[in-house]
Write a new protein. Structure first.
Length: 202
């Protein structure tokens, strides 16, 4: 006997899947929507891959202050457990981010990058670079870049955003200690950003 949920029409499944966004990127990315939907069965995978908008809302939030000291990790040689120290996890998140960008096709993107750490791993710097390469597709873009250490990938970014025909919300917040490293100013052609309702750059 077939389960009732497996008999749902694709359009109904799509509406249900849409309520589970955005895609939250963390160490267990395979558990995040819509990646997890695409692994349930063939019909769910088809719905996930045939609806680009399911992949167009991306959220990466990383907060990591100073690593815990010996008070919390009294055993010598025990590293800080935060996934930011794992190159393999950071690379897996980068690959997943690129998959979402690719699978979202030409859909407008809703991006949240909230990065608070002393040093940004290479994989996460590439996430930022990949995001800026798709700036012409931004619908909402909220970036909190609270990273104080210089990162060559970030400092060489082209912040000339040009025309933004889909842009509705733009928010940049950059750490004071990092601003002096930026080589290029943030430039935005407002003439084509007709849907823009909110902009904040700090």
């Amino acid at each position: 006997m077939t389960s009732a949920i497996l008999r749902l029409a694709p359009d109904v499944l799509f509406e249900i899947f849409s309520l589970c966004g955005p895609t939250v990127f963390a160490d267990q990315i395979s558990c995040a929507a819509p990646f997890n939907f695409s692994e349930v069965c063939r019909s769910w995978r088809a719905v996930s891959l045939e609806r680009p908008s399911l992949w167009a809302s991306l959220n990466l939030t990383v907060y990591h202050g100073a690593c815990p000291d010996s008070l919390f990790f009294p055993t010598p040689g025990v590293p800080c457990p935060h996934f930011i120290h794992s190159p393999s996890i950071c690379d897996r998140i980068l690959r997943a981010w690129k998959h979402c960008i690719e699978r979202s096709s030409k859909c407008p993107l809703d991006i949240t990058l909230d990065l608070t750490t002393d040093t940004l791993p290479t994989g996460f710097a590439e996430v930022v670079r990949t995001t800026f390469e798709e700036h012409h597709r931004w619908r909402t873009c909220c970036i909190d870049y609270m990273v104080t250490t210089d990162n060559l990938t970030i400092t060489e970014l082209d912040f000339s955003l040009g025309c933004q025909p889909n842009l509705e919300i733009l928010s940049f917040r950059i750490a004071d200690g990092f601003r002096s490293y930026l080589e290029n100013p943030i430039l935005l052609d407002m003439s084509a950003s007709t849907p823009l309702t909110k902009m904040k750059i700090l």
